[in-house]
Design a binder for this molecule. Structure first.
Ligand SMILES: [Zn+2]
Length: 414
């Protein structure tokens, strides 16, 4: 009982060239058979509960993976609107974000922080089948220093109380905060190692949490077998995060040769999120983005692209991430990151690997997700067009004919 997907070319996500025509058989939530099978070799009990799909020679590939989203957030640049928003409203919107992401072919995402445990509740609702959405790993609240990028009071008068913020100013506070996130349901711990773009009153180049503070939080994550991610833009903070034992550098604006060496040595991933800066620079102040954000993004853009290419050429592991929910970086448009990565100098095939097998590896699911492989989760998309020649094919949802998650057809546009 399951799915028989016949007559497809397979891009398996590992980086090898597509092969076919192939047949892929899904039983339960897993891929149980695949090969150049013809109909004669299909299960004998065909017709009793088997769903046969003719792929018509189209490309079957792993469901896409975005390793940096804020699934509860909105891509509206209006800060006041965000401030006035009721928590239940944000929760409702997060279900729409999840649906839009899945419908775009993304069957797994790694969240980089949200407030009020909406992320945890959304993950539960998706896993229970209450709402459609990708597989989700969540961070709960990111840890920041007072006045740092993750301190939501940054730029606002002190009279305003921000319930979602979490600031720590010592290793002990960081340890406690990490334990709280883990208790509340975090799959990984998010740490702010530097200042950022969309926060008034700090700088991307300024250090955030110290090595000691991050080390304490990372120790708590490792204690329960979980990974960590660092918002890290300036060189000092990036290096601090790596020395503290971080699993991935998010953004990575200013990577030095020394940092790249360290990343290679310590097997640290880069999740560049080129989309975030791209949209802020493109839409600018005219688009309603605060001036401080636009200025900081403009300043960093070229260095960021140079850092990305340098890391790629050096062989740093790169997982695709968008930072969806930064201004105009909307959920469901995640595939645009692939185009930006290719424009920055990455080969299309490597960009696709970063959004499949590599992403799965960073999520700790590299042995069960992100590849069209025997025994792996049947998270698959059927694509009209060849993204290996032009990654933009994946931006038009009409080209994504099928989205299958855990062996279940979630979207059918045939
Ligand atoms: Zn982010």
């Amino acid at each position: 009982m399951g799915l028989i997907i016949k007559n497809v070319m397979v891009f398996d996500g590992s980086g090898s060239v597509p092969w076919g025509p192939a047949t892929v058989i899904v039983e339960g939530d897993r891929i149980s058979k695949l090969g150049p099978l013809d109909e004669l070799e299909l299960p004998e009990e065909l017709g009793t509960g088997w769903w046969v799909i003719d792929g018509q020679g189209k490309l079957l590939m792993p469901g896409l993976v975005d390793c940096h989203v804020h699934i509860t957030g909105s891509c509206d640049p209006d800060e006041l609107k965000a401030l006035k928003e009721l928590v239940p409203h944000a929760a409702i919107r997060s279900t729409i974000n999840a649906r839009d992401t899945l419908e775009a072919g993304f069957t797994a995402v790694r969240d980089a922080g949200g407030g009020n445990l909406i992320d945890v509740a959304l993950k539960q609702a998706i896993n229970e089948g209450l709402v459609p959405g990708p597989r989700l790993q969540v961070a709960c609240r990111g840890l920041s220093i007072t006045g740092g990028h993750g301190d939501s009071r940054n730029g606002w008068p002190p009279e305003i109380e921000f319930k979602g913020r979490y600031v720590v100013d010592s290793p002990d506070e960081a340890r406690r905060a990490a334990r709280e996130q883990l208790r509340d349901g975090a799959d990984h711990i998010k740490l702010h190692a530097t200042g950022g773009v969309m926060s008034e009153g700090d700088l991307p180049t300024a250090r955030g949490l110290t090595v000691e503070e991050m080390r304490a939080a990372i120790e708590e994550a490792h204690n329960v077998g979980k990974k960590t991610m660092a918002h890290a833009q300036g060189s000092t903070g990036i290096k601090n995060a790596i020395l503290a034992g971080i699993s991935s550098i998010e953004h990575g604006f200013y990577l030095t040769d020394e940092i790249i060496e360290l990343m290679l040595k310590k097997d640290v991933f880069l999740v560049a999120t080129l989309c975030a800066v791209h949209h802020i620079v493109e839409k600018g102040i005219e688009g309603g983005i605060p001036k401080y954000g636009v200025e900081k993004a403009r300043e960093a853009k070229q260095a960021h692209l140079d850092s990305f290419l340098k890391a790629y050429k050096a062989g740093v592991k790169i997982a695709m991430g968008t930072d969806a929910a930064t201004p105009f970086n909307c959920h469901g448009n995640n595939a645009q990151e692939l185009e930006l990565m290719v424009n920055a100098g990455m080969k299309p095939r490597d960009a696709l690997v970063s959004a499949t097998a590599r992403g799965a590896e960073l999520m700790g699911w590299g042995d069960r997700m992100g590849q069209v492989k025997l025994g792996f989760w049947a998270d698959l998309i059927l694509v009209d067009g060849n993204p290996l020649e032009d990654v933009k094919v994946l931006q038009d949802k009409r080209n994504i004919k099928l989205v299958i998650k855990g062996g279940e057809i979630q979207v059918d546009r045939r």
